[in-house]
Design a protein around this ligand. Structure first.
Ligand SMILES: Nc1nc2c(c(=O)[nH]1)N[C@H]1C(S)=C(S)[C@@H](COP(=O)(O)O)O[C@H]1N2
Ligand SMILES: [Mo]
Length: 231
């Protein structure tokens, strides 16, 4: 339908503009600017060693969180993007599914040293959802808030990476509640704690604040190929 096509075109344009605004910062991030990334194994799809330093591969997918497993049915699900934005946006489940859906294969590196490789995700670019809300000129960071009270901060230039997704499906199955279903964030270029399970709100910020683990001594930048675990 032409209306839907218009909407899609507008989102793509807004995403490209946002990316353009942050391009210098994106290109200076360690995952793109690192001449000698640490780690071992064959090269991954981004030219990095498949296993960052001190990581080992696991085939299982462990569960790591604060212990609560909030049950959020899709009928009551929503995601709000607010703070340093021109227009705060709240998406319902059907509105999330109406955005462009992407499939992407990426790896998951937990700071407790396990890595799960080649996970096949389906979801929406975080960049698209941010673009919808039109971050103000002063916006530089974001805080993801989750239903279990978890928070995690990210610089916008990391949130705009193409494989940072809001995912609802993994390996063809709906994302299980214990892994953050119905919808979570993934940040393949950073340690996995940077991806909020059960995400409910994304707050754009002018100045950085620390999230749950960052307040407890973990690194704000969390870059696996530099063994960047603690601040
Ligand atoms: N809402 C929420 N998100 C969270 C966490 C949490 O406790 N609550 N834990 C983080 C940590 S420390 C990791 S390693 C990953 C683990 O994801 P998994 O349980 O799906 O393996 O989720 C991250 N996202
Ligand atoms: Mo973790």
């Amino acid at each position: 339908m032409p209306d839907d096509d218009d909407k899609l075109a507008r989102i793509i344009e807004a995403r490209l503009k946002l990316r353009e605004r942050f391009l210098d910062k994106i290109e200076a991030t360690p995952s793109l600017a690192d001449g000698a990334p640490m780690g071992s194994g064959p090269t991954n799809r981004h030219g990095m060693p498949q296993l960052p330093p001190d990581q080992y591969e696991t085939k299982k997918w462990p569960v790591l969180d604060l212990g609560m497993k909030p049950q959020v049915p899709t009928s009551r699900w929503s995601l709000t993007v607010d703070g340093e934005v021109a227009r705060a946006v709240t998406l319902a489940w059907n509105e999330l599914l109406a955005l462009e859906q992407l499939e992407d294969v990426s790896d998951f590196h937990c700071v407790t040293k396990w890595s799960k490789l080649n996970m096949r995700w389906r979801g929406v670019r975080l960049a698209d959802v941010l673009a919808l809300a039109e971050p103000t000129d002063g916006a530089r960071f974001l805080m993801c808030h989750a239903h279990d009270g978890y928070t995690v901060n990210l610089p916008i230039e990391e949130a705009l990476k193409p494989d940072v997704l809001l995912v609802h499906t993994v390996d063809g199955e709906p994302l299980a509640v214990e892994h953050g279903g119905p919808c979570r964030v993934i940040t393949p270029q950073l340690y996995a704690w940077k991806g909020a399970k059960w995400v409910k709100r994304i707050e754009l910020m002018g100045d950085d604040r620390l999230g749950f683990w960052e307040e407890r001594g973990y690194s704000s930048t969390a870059y696996p190929w530099r063994n960047d675990r603690y601040s």
